[in-house]
Design a protein. Sequence first.
Length: 210
Amino acid sequence: MYHRLAFLLATFTSGVAFGAESAPSADIAKGQLIASQVCAACHAADGNSVSPANPKLAGQLPEYLAKQLMNFKPRADASAERPSNIMRGIAESLSATDVHNVAAYYASQTLKPEKAKNKETIELGQKIYRGGIAEKAVPACAACHGAAGAGIPALFPSLAGQYPEYIEGQLRAFQSGERKNDPNRMMRMTAARMSDEEIKAVADYIAGLR
């Protein structure tokens, strides 16, 4: 059953590109300037955040970064698809071209990856990432994010080497419904079926992927 779910989820998002619609060539130099002036305080100038509270952006798929920035912007009803008191103001200050440029800049940077820290849960984390949890209809993370966590361009973000604390926090946000900008509720449905132990284990395993 969970294999069928993974197939359906992948199918539902097959046409969902994260801001990749016929975008013009990015200006990396302008993106770097924006990063140094606007983003560096939290994410570092090269995208390798020094705090687990702020995700590493270096090497992330540019389409995904662009989508997230656009999701932080308020819509016509003043709400944002991905609410954040901090990121809302920053995203509002950026034009669509700025978003495109800064996303391309961070994507061009080299990730300084984190490491898995909990040896006791590596086996569980690996099992979930590679094979899912059949009895809970939780699909394998690798089905969408790739065997090495590199993601699938324009569809699913790279996860490898990210702070485990950040991955865990986002899974919990999807689990509670606090974060809702996943296509077709796919991450909310997945996280809702996972226990705290399973979330921690797979988040830690992801940090060690290369």
